[in-house]
Design a protein around this ligand. Structure first.
Ligand code: AMP
Length: 193
């Protein structure tokens, strides 16, 4: 079984085609590099584009989708494995457990919520796997600035900003995953001083 890259990304069908193109590039690249995909199991937006690109190159797609979304015909039925769960929380847990690394492509509330949960678990040392933001065209710049402010005003520690890496191109996503693997970040959250 290939290692699985968990990708969080937009479900919107109304995006600039540059975002779809990058999601498709990621799908092709991850297969070429021996990865499979685990994701939210959707057929819309970047999620669908990504999954179809993985399948088009013969890669493995694992989708995890809540029943209520499946019932609304939002599921990518061609997935090699389509796991149906009841709640969004179960879905996130399953994706997190199955994944070997996490990537956030540009996205909305859902994407942000999912990747922030991984960072929260990383800061508590519950999750230790690589976590990468794909900062396509500076999409995440404002969020990264907010993180800097959190640090400056001591809402988080310097080590928090080592819990994730930022990639600017699709090949760079894989370079950042490898870099994160080679330098395991250590959470210091529980040290008092
Ligand atoms: P958003 O970034 O708000 O578009 O939400 C995308 C993320 O939330 C994905 O990673 C999914 O896990 C989940 N999600 C939101 N909408 C859908 C949908 N229509 N179909 C499947 N998953 C969705």
């Amino acid at each position: 079984m290939p290692k699985l890259l968990c990708v969080y990304c937009s479900s919107s069908d109304r995006l600039d085609p540059k975002y779809t193109a990058a999601a498709e590039e990621l799908g092709r690249e991850l297969v070429a590099r021996g990865w499979g995909l685990v994701y939210g199991g959707g057929k819309t937006g970047l999620m669908g584009a990504l999954a179809r690109a993985v399948k088009s190159r013969g890669g493995r797609v694992v989708g995890v989708i809540p029943q209520f979304m499946k019932a609304r015909e939002l599921a990518y039925d061609e997935a090699d494995e389509l796991v149906t769960v009841v709640t969004m929380r179960e879905r996130k847990l399953l994706m997190e457990t199955r994944a070997d690394a996490f990537v956030a492509l540009p996205g909305g509330f859902g994407t942000l919520e999912e990747i922030m949960e991984i960072l929260t678990l990383r800061q508590l040392d519950v999750v230790k796997k690589p976590c990468v933001f794909f900062n396509q065209d500076g999409f995440y710049n404002d969020l990264l600035r907010l993180f800097e402010r959190m640090l400056a005003e001591k809402f988080c520690k310097p080590s928090n900003l080592e819990l994730f890496r930022v990639a600017t191109t699709v090949p760079d996503i894989f370079a950042q995953i490898e870099a994160a693997r080679n330098v395991p970040t250590e959470s210091k959250w529980f040290q008092t001083r």
